[in-house]
Write a protein that binds this ligand. Sequence first.
Ligand SMILES: Nc1ncnc2c1ncn2[C@@H]1O[C@@H]2COP(=O)(O)O[C@H]2[C@H]1O
Length: 432
Amino acid sequence: MPEILRTLQRLIHHPTITRSRDAYASKRYSTPLFILFETLNAFRMHNGFSISASLAFYAMFAMIPLVLLMFFMLSHLIVSSDYAIIKLAILTSNLLPQLSNRIMIEVYNVSSHQAAWGLFGILALLWIVTPLAAALRSAFYTMASMVEVPSFLKRKFKDILAVLGILLLLFAFTAAGLMLEKVLHFLHPNATYFRALNSASSLVLTTLLVAVFYRLFFPAAVALQHILFSALVTACLWVAMQPAFSLFLSINPSYGAVFGGMKTIFISIAWLYYTFAVFLLGTELIATLRRKDVLLLRGLFAGIPNTDRHYLQALLQQYGKTLQAGDYVFRRGDPGGDLYYLISGEVLLESEKRRLVVAGDYFGEMAMLAEAPRLSDAYVQSPQAELIIISESTFETLLLTDPQLAMLFLKGLARRLREQISHHNLAENALT
Ligand SMILES: Nc1ncnc2c1ncn2[C@@H]1O[C@@H]2COP(=O)(O)O[C@H]2[C@H]1O
């Protein structure tokens, strides 16, 4: 038995294994696994599934007005009414396979009443869709960990703009589909190629649609490659979900039968629910990619041991700076901005009093938080000092996205303040 253990230990410490383990550990904070874990964690924290459920309900209310408005745009702007109905049927069958026929019959009936198309009619239809737009915008703010506080009217105005945005996007999507159909018709490929080309192009179209959606609705600036990547993941998941959902229904043909005539509505809500869940997961992925770098810094304040070599190396590579003895980090009265975390060495803070900062401690938070000039000089006292520099916006994102961390930081600040006050009181008592 001890022999087996010894062999196992030798194996674990074999250079090939330790080398690859080291290589993995040094990249741990930017691996797909890390991103996946953080995305799922954030989705759970933001109650992604309950948001998807409420969005599915809002979408049910908004579906018919949306399709009517789309019909109006299509039939007035590019094609005849009958052709518009056919194209819309394809769009609705993608979004709501179970209810598409009934929706189209209703749209056909309503659209033949001219009264539906007066200015008042169109405004009323837009208004009915606003709760869906509002819920979507609020979901995006939640996922981006941001808060929106405009007045009621401003918010309604933004919601109507969002509805118009949704309409324009769906319109562009349908128009692009029409053009694609013409191109495929012109190329006239054989059946196998046709199917492959068709699936590939609808994947590309869906990705583009979702990407533009994310770009318009996500409330913070995000790198284009992050948006495109998340949109591609969303589109792939959504396309894969369609056969999975059909398979599930074919295995359970009586699924939802308990609702009788409402069965199709029940199944449609379930389908919309999964559609939104995938869509919001993509949104969460964008948010995670956006704060990926910021997440790396979390460990400094949230208990990753300061001896974790790989972690510190990864941090130093991205945010690090090495200074020599006597170098100034900043001078008293300088405008504030960054916060500094000392990894190694010593820094002296000097104003009327002196404070020595050692490895594992941070400084420079006052000017940043109070938006005021620096309270003291800060210079390196040891032969060398390694510092992590955290910008104001990075720190803000860090605190906003992680309330627990914000609490830890506040507690740290209160502890420091307490120490300073008791020192001050002791000094005053000694004088009197
Ligand atoms: N009593 C103090 N006097 C000067 N600096 C202090 C004092 N207490 C803490 N500091 C730290 O020194 C830093 C100087 O720059 P900041 O004002 O940005 O933030 C300050 C704090 O991090």
